[in-house]
Design a binder for this molecule. Structure first.
Ligand code: NAP
Length: 459
């Protein structure tokens, strides 16, 4: 087992391995967790009780999750004698043990780190203002290191897919008439697009240099000279690995379709290319398992052949309408970074808000599951907030491990608890006749609503 400074590796668990593109999960896998800041510890404590109970109920002791604490955010500042919210050892532990789960994290304001894109030197600017040039090599290309710990985790571990299932839980108040019709999984590209962080502030020498290059050498017309400039990279590699993951997921889970969501009508060589490369992955790598919308019209009289996943594409703005008006025509969505960001939150709002929305950041052989809301600091330590998002993220994690039974137990028990109108304050204030439970009481209610199996599930 590896040696860490602050992370204690439990002696009674085993490492998850990754061989030939597949996770090999022992019966007692070591799972790194980050409690999170603010209300993170409240929801983590509650969720852990539910996760352990679900695994015990499903496998009767034959399997167990072995938790290993790692640190990030404010917790890392307290643990380590360094000015870092994302210690290297946390990244190393997650890389080594492969599947992790985290609560929400604060991105402290101040002490901003910048990195030089030419020589990779890092420098701290206490006022948060971008230095105009690198202190080591004088290059003007200096960009913020991490905008948040979450972005840092995604970049450092190359967690290239942000996966967000969005569905309605019966009884959760929401703004639409038939929320049950929305049941989608969004695969949002996590590493490129306008989120690559390549931006140049108006008035800086770097922005002027780029402006001059574009106007003089590339002969493009930028409407106004007083512009900040940004770069939107979308690559063959980034697109194909994301779409490949989305299609493989759809096939494995018997989902009817994968929709490539893009703005290719306007941005042809980035968003349009995303669509084209997405179809290319479908046709070349999943030929026997998929049918495109074009093929459906030309060869199949509009009827999807049995056992095939339909691959289609939609313009991003259209997709917002479609998810509201014809939600049941959509299942798995694969999107570039910015589209996915907007669509994930809009879809979650449609079924009652972010409070119950789980999420995961997944790469090749490494995955971090997380609550999608923030730290809600005004409720910190009050045992009050809704642990639903972290609970569902944990269910996703169990499914990712191949432990479907405890994942189902959690989802079903959560539904049962909401149906009984025993909920945390955020849902109670919108539900008639509901009873308010504390975070810990809600977790205990979820556990008591788990239907115990007579026999352990097959291992
Ligand atoms: P927030 O923490 O999500 O809280 C905003 C509001 O959402 C809360 O005041 C509360 O609403 C509601 N809320 C959030 N989580 C809830 C829960 N579990 N149960 C019930 N209600 C919940 O957003 P923020 O105040 O903008 O951000 C605070 C900090 O979180 C910032 O430092 C930010 O950087 C960080 N953040 C982290 C993540 C992450 O780690 N994934 C994501 C977003 C933000 P009411 O007041 O109406 O009850």
């Amino acid at each position: 087992m590896p040696k860490f400074e602050k992370v204690r590796v439990p002696a009674d668990g085993q490492k998850i391995e990754y061989k030939n593109g597949k996770l090999q999960v022992p019966d007692q896998p070591i799972i790194p967790f980050i409690e999170g800041d603010g209300t993170g510890p409240d929801i983590w404590r509650a969720s852990k009780v539910v996760f352990d109970a679900a695994v015990e109920k499903a496998y009767k002791g034959k399997r167990r999750l072995v938790w290993m604490e790692t640190f990030a955010g404010l917790g890392a500042l307290q643990q380590y004698d360094k000015d870092t919210v994302l210690p290297q050892e946390t990244l190393d532990a997650i890389t080594e043990f492969r599947v992790a789960i985290k609560g929400p994290l604060t991105t402290p304001v101040g002490g901003h780190k910048f990195v030089c894109l030419t020589c990779s030197a890092e420098q701290n600017e206490a006022d948060g203002k971008r230095p105009q040039s690198c202190s080591k090599c004088s290059s003007e290309w200096v960009t913020p290191r991490f905008r948040s710990v979450n972005v840092g985790l995604r970049q450092k571990l190359d967690l290239y897919a942000c996966v967000r299932p969005v569905r309605w839980f019966k009884g959760v108040p929401c703004p639409v008439k038939a929320p049950e019709k929305l049941d989608i999984v969004i695969f949002r590209e996590n590493t490129e697009d306008v989120y690559a962080g390549i931006e140049f502030e108006y008035g800086t020498p770097a922005a002027k240099k780029l402006y001059d290059f574009l106007t003089n050498e590339m002969r493009v017309k930028i409407p106004f000279a007083d512009s900040g400039l940004g770069i939107k990279p979308i690559s063959v590699t980034g697109t194909k690995r994301l779409v490949r993951m989305a299609i493989a997921y759809a096939i494995a889970h018997n989902k009817p379709s994968v929709t490539l969501v893009h703005k290719g009508n306007i941005q042809k060589f980035t968003e349009g290319a995303f669509r084209d490369w997405g179809y290319e992955v479908a046709r070349t790598e999943f030929r026997d398992k998929v049918v495109t919308e074009q093929e459906l019209r030309d060869q199949h009289q509009g009827k999807v052949p049995a056992g095939k996943v339909l691959i289609k594409d939609r313009i991003a703005d259209q997709t917002f309408q479609q998810l509201l008006l014809r939600p049941d025509e959509y299942s798995v969505l694969a999107t570039p970074n910015l589209n996915g960001d907007y669509i994930s939150d809009a879809a979650a709002a449609q079924v009652g808000g972010l409070g119950m929305a789980p999420g995961a950041n997944i790469g090749d052989g490494v995955a971090v599951f997380e609550a999608t809301h923030g730290t809600a600091p005004k409720y910190a330590g009050k045992d009050q907030v809704n642990p639903g998002s972290l609970l569902l993220s944990g269910a996703m994690m169990l499914e990712h491990l191949g432990w479907q039974e405890p994942a189902d137990l959690i989802v079903d028990a959560l539904q049962a608890t909401i149906s009984k109108k025993t909920v945390t304050y955020d849902l109670e204030r919108q539900m008639e006749g509901a009873k308010t439970l504390k975070t810990s009481e809600f977790a205990r209610a979820v556990v008591s609503n788990m239907t115990a199996r007579k026999e352990p599930a097959a291992v």
